[in-house]
Write a protein that binds this ligand. Sequence first.
Ligand SMILES: Cc1cc2nc3c(=O)[nH]c(=O)nc-3n(C[C@H](O)[C@H](O)[C@H](O)COP(=O)(O)OP(=O)(O)OC[C@H]3O[C@@H](n4cnc5c(N)ncnc54)[C@H](O)[C@@H]3O)c2cc1C
Length: 310
Amino acid sequence: MDAPAQTAASTVAAGIINPITGRRFVRSWRFGALMQEARLLYGQLERELGVTLWYDTPLVRTLFNRGEQNDWLARGGDQGYAEYLEDTPPLGNIPELTYPAFAYGGVRQTARVDLAALTAAYRAWLRKRNCLGEQPFDYGQLPPGYDRYVFCEGWRVRDNPYFGHLPRGGTKGEALLVRPDGPLLDRMLKHRVFLVPLADRGSYWVGASSANQFTDDAASPATEKYLADRLREVLRLPFTVEAHLAAVRPTVRDRRMIIGTHPTHPQLIIFNGLGTKGASLAPLGSRWLFDHLETGAPILPEVDSQRFAP
Ligand SMILES: Cc1cc2nc3c(=O)[nH]c(=O)nc-3n(C[C@H](O)[C@H](O)[C@H](O)COP(=O)(O)OP(=O)(O)OC[C@H]3O[C@@H](n4cnc5c(N)ncnc54)[C@H](O)[C@@H]3O)c2cc1C
């Protein structure tokens, strides 16, 4: 069941898969295993749904000053980082299309998953099989005839009375879809914001903002201006804003997924906490949940919903 009139993080996300994130260039948790499962699952979904979802796309990060460059070079010497960092990455058409920067670092093993195409194609697949209820879920009345109910509600889990004991997370994010007056970059660029070329549409995904305090999940003119200004700082070409997207990421304070069964009602199951990295976390997380439900495999304590048991 899904209420399509609501915003959903999955339909606005860029779907970037990135092993090195943040200002301190930290390696993502269990990245090798996540990547392996992601390639497998998105490949299966591409074949089943008949759509392209996976794009192997290099990522170049702007290093804004000597300090950042030193941190980058030092990070490359840390154990387990060399396979992900490139000190002198190929820049493709970045110099031609953007203003020069102090320096660049390359991130290896990056990709983009077209989550908007995935959600649209999967919705159509479910509809065709008469398997999708498209209305808000009535918590007062669990639909009869099922052994289990799996809740994947993103940040709106806060409205779920069965899981009211979970922490109330959420980080609002906004992004723009932008058409440049000229060619697209041939790789992703992380400057002040991410520029993600969507070659099939001739546009960029540009984002994102991040706000822990928010009163609604709507796109705001101030953030549109902020993102367009950041884009103008880097892109030489004029551009047109074609769409402004907004949604809330299901972030959790310990930054781990939330997977497991209700403490006292084992037929109620939760899969949440995908935070800022749903594209890479969801495939392995859902595999863990499936194995747990089908074979009783234990859930990793770090992601087990029982860590928040009342
Ligand atoms: C601007 C932005 C950029 C992002 N960029 C990236 C990125 O590049 N890479 C990455 O990996 N991640 C990114 N993310 C994060 C990613 O989008 C999330 O981790 C992921 O999409 C969360 O998926 P979800 O299914 O848990 O939640 P959602 O996608 O929000 O889906 C929850 C669904 O549950 C439905 N629902 C909730 N309550 C009810 C109810 N009561 N009845 C019926 N239906 C209900 C909602 O309608 C919605 O469809 C980004 C997020 C944002 C906002």
